[in-house]
Design a protein around this ligand. Structure first.
Ligand SMILES: [Zn+2]
Length: 90
């Protein structure tokens, strides 16, 4: 039981660290882009997108975004990307 608590605690810390890292990377990259629209990047990152293969919803922030046939698709894993590419040869 003690192990379980420890693991969940570590996962929580890892999650916050990753979240912090992504935010840190984003800010300098977004500067100088000159985006006049008022959409906030954070909202976009939190958007839930459906994986076309296994149909689960993935937050855009952690999804694997692939450009296939000129369209953007979001996947939960590399396995799903592979499956999708196999089923949709360009
Ligand atoms: Zn998937």
């Amino acid at each position: 039981m003690y192990r379980l608590i420890l693991v969940s605690l570590l996962l929580t810390i890892l999650y916050y660290l990753l979240r912090h890292m992504f935010r840190g990377f984003k800010t300098p990259l977004q500067n100088g882009q000159g985006n006049p629209s008022s959409s906030t990047p954070d909202d976009e990152q939190d958007q839930m997108i459906q994986d076309p293969v296994c149909h689960i919803f993935v937050p855009r922030r952690i999804a694997l975004i692939e450009l296939i046939g000129g369209r953007e698709y979001c996947f939960c894993s590399k396995e799903c990307v592979k499956k999708f590419r196999d089923e949709h040869p360009i």
